[in-house]
Design a protein around this ligand. Structure first.
Ligand code: F0G
Length: 456
């Protein structure tokens, strides 16, 4: 059969409130033209994020009822710890309420002012946590990542020569190396096993630990199985094991590939670092056997980490994203290719070439998609890139993108058909879209709360 169906049936539904373009124009103005400021009920198809938006399985809900809410040493903690150790292969597991808490604790124990932390590309919270400590978060994506039109298989890879040059020049200032799989900022593109292995070899040659930002680890493993020679016959759990065997630890937002609505963890092989991390954890997250989570959350994560490794799930997941990307590409819409794992990235720079970077083409496109069809995406361009902490200047990124992130197991193919149709319609009248200016912005992570006014 050509059609790949959703490998689940729907047991519980959540109605969508219908609205008109006129109503949405008014709501957009009320929200300061920032889609983060919209009440979610005013959105028809919410593609703001794939984070914490998954639909859980009946098995996960069942596991939640069995959650042990003991403060210390709960049964649910031991089940969670055993599952994380089995899937990722790290000895020490520290639970946190979400991914950025894991980042804050890891960097709080390792990064000092003036340090440099290289990565293929840091996600915004990773960057912000490093910069908050006075460090520099440096992105070293491979050259192929710069061209959104080519079909290279592993555009998430690190530029190994650039990493080696940085380590040669500044090894003393590098406390650790990060690797984001898949690379969210760069289009949800995967990192190959060969690149993970090479980054680890380089890191270890300089005596530096490698930490993986593991949010979308299962999607990355699926791409390795599909695209990297030698892995077609390897099971997903084995690929995952091999990926992490090269690393010294990881940070994880369970809100992505653990198929839950809240949670995270960090792992390490270093017992003394684990001790320091747990001491910091107690200050803000909680006791090391729950770390800011309820016992039921730990149960749902443990179950989700097993479900996400199923090949039927991963095939459906990756094919759904590619379905939207391929249809848009066929209609002539500029979109990052090849399709990534968790999201469709519209190339707003090429979609709206008449809007300059400092008039925020991605913001304009995201607002237009909402107004036209009630679809909520997010700008990943000049607005999100923010300002240089040293100079205060805006720093336009390589690409001006709008990300349409697809929640896991939530929307069906007809929702995706509607999304494709809406984007094509906005594309047909793209000449009418104008830029924006910022009317108010906070000092960090400005995209969440800034307000805008349309130009012209
Ligand atoms: N790392 C990556 C690669 C991420 O994509 C995210 C979150 C985090 C870390 C932080 O995790 O939200 O649990 O604290 N990304 C979400 C997104 C917010 O929409 O891409 P968190």
């Amino acid at each position: 059969m050509r059609t790949i169906i959703e490998p689940f049936r729907i047991k519980s539904i959540e109605p969508i409130e219908m609205s008109s373009p006129e109503m949405r124009s008014e709501w957009l103005t009320e929200a300061g033209h920032n889609l983060f400021r919209l009440p979610a009920e005013r959105v028809l198809i919410d593609l703001l994020t794939d984070s914490g938006t998954a639909a859980m399985s009946a098995r996960q809900w069942g596991a939640m009822m069995a959650g042990d809410e003991s403060y210390a040493g709960a049964r649910s903690w031991y089940r969670f710890e055993e599952t994380v150790r089995r899937v990722f292969g790290f000895a020490h597991v520290v639970p946190t309420h979400q991914g950025r808490a894991a980042e804050r604790i890891l960097f709080g124990c390792t990064v000092n002012s003036g340090d440099v932390v290289p990565s293929n590309a840091h996600f915004d919270t990773t960057r912000a946590n490093i910069e908050y400590l006075g460090g520099h978060a440096v992105d070293l994506p491979c050259a192929e990542a710069a061209d959104p039109t080519t079909d290279e298989p592993f555009k998430g890879n690190v530029d190994l020569a650039a990493l080696e040059a940085l380590l040669d020049a500044r090894a003393d200032d590098v406390p650790l190396i990060m690797l984001t799989i898949t690379n969210n900022t760069g289009g949800g593109q995967p990192v190959s096993m060969a690149n993970i292995r090479a980054v680890a070899e380089l890191a270890h040659r300089f005596g530096k630990p490698l930490y993986i930002d593991a949010c979308r680890f299962a999607e990355n493993a699926w791409f390795i199985k599909q695209r990297e020679p030698g892995y077609a016959g390897t099971s997903i759990p084995e690929i995952v094991h091999e990926m992490f065997s090269h690393a010294d630890g990881c940070t994880m937002s369970a809100k992505k590939d653990a198929l839950v609505n809240i949670g995270g963890f960090l792992c390490t092989r270093d017992p003394s670092l684990a001790e320091r991390e747990k001491n910091l954890l107690i200050l803000s997250e909680g006791f090391p056997t729950y770390g800011g989570l309820a016992g039921r959350d730990l149960e749902a994560i443990a179950a989700g980490l097993e479900e996400v490794l199923h090949e039927d799930y991963l095939r459906y997941r990756i094919v759904s994203t590619a379905y939207v990307v391929d249809h848009l590409h066929d209609a002539g819409v500029p979109v990052v290719r090849p399709a990534g794992g968790h999201a469709v990235y519209l190339d707003a720079g090429r979609f709206l070439p008449h809007i300059p970077a400092l008039q925020y083409p991605g913001q304009s496109l995201a607002a237009a998609l909402y107004q036209h069809a009630g679809i909520r995406g997010v700008e990943i361009g000049t607005v999100m890139a923010g300002r240089d902490p040293d100079t205060g200047a805006e720093r336009p990124p390589q690409l001006e993108l709008v990300r349409l992130a697809i929640p896991r197991r939530v929307y069906t193919q007809s929702h995706m058909d509607y999304v494709v149709e809406a984007i094509v319609e906005v594309f047909e009248r793209r000449d009418r879209l104008a830029g924006y200016r910022i009317t108010d912005e906070p000092p960090f992570l400005r995209h969440f709360t800034a307000t805008f006014a349309p130009l012209g």
